[in-house]
Write a protein that binds this ligand. Structure first.
Ligand code: FMN
Length: 205
């Protein structure tokens, strides 16, 4: 597993923070439960993300497998996932759904950047998690309306993403096509493809 981590980490030569280099999205998780203490730290990290007007438009629904308080949420989130995500996400002991509040609380007007800010809080969650040795894997593949119905999410809130969370598992537990992806190196665009000095003119560093 150490070899897999090595393959998946961003190269040390990038000079980026250790937690950023170490975050990647596995599909195989062990059955080891994430402690409530760690979950509290992980969500506290999300709490301290920046947001427009400090609205903190993020909401997280926490599902923990076989947990007295959070077990039902786990099952509801799992049921909303598309089958191709259920295939691997079933090994994750924690499932999370993120939801954006689409309006500002101080005046009720639309918050154009609510989704942006939910993303920022989610990224912060992922980085705190990996700092604790806990992996995360985002999922857009779920039925937002099924999630809305099963949790009674009001219309001024929008389901954004689901997340699988837990400790890195053995790729051999995955079906062959998923195992292939699990063992593949990660790829990224070059900086000049997304850092511009004019529209589609790459910046030079
Ligand atoms: C919001 C979001 C939605 C995603 N949706 C899915 C998904 O439905 N299924 C899946 O297997 N991976 C999903 N991913 C994982 C991405 O494919 C993954 O983050 C990307 O390939 C980059 O790999 P890395 O996270 O290991 O750097 C999603 C990631 C994010 C952030």
């Amino acid at each position: 597993m150490a070899d897999l981590e090595q393959l998946k980490h961003a190269p040390a030569s990038t000079g980026i923070l250790d937690v950023i280099a170490k975050r990647w999205s596995p599909r195989a998780f062990t059955s080891q439960q994430v402690s409530k203490e760690d979950l509290r730290t992980i969500f506290t990290a999300a709490e301290w993300a920046a947001s427009s007007f400090n609205e903190q438009p993020w909401r997280f629904i926490l599902g923990i497998r076989d947990d007295e308080q959070h077990g039902e949420a786990y099952n509801k989130i799992f049921d909303a996932l598309v089958e191709s995500n259920q295939q691997w996400a079933k090994s994750a002991p924690v499932l999370i759904a993120t939801i954006a509040k689409k309006t500002f609380s101080h005046n009720g007007t639309p918050n154009r950047v609510a989704q942006h800010d939910v993303g920022a809080a989610s990224a912060t969650m992922c980085l705190q998690a990996i700092a604790l040795g806990i992996h995360t894997h985002g999922m857009a593949g779920f039925d937002p309306e099924a999630l809305r119905a099963s949790f009674g999410i009001p219309s001024n809130f929008e389901p954004m993403a689901c997340w699988a969370m837990g400790y890195l598992g053995n790729p051999d537990t995955l079906p062959e096509h998923l195992k292939e992806q699990e063992l593949a190196p990660r790829t990224r665009k070059n900086l000049d493809e997304f850092v511009f000095t004019d529209w589609e003119t790459g910046a030079e560093f």
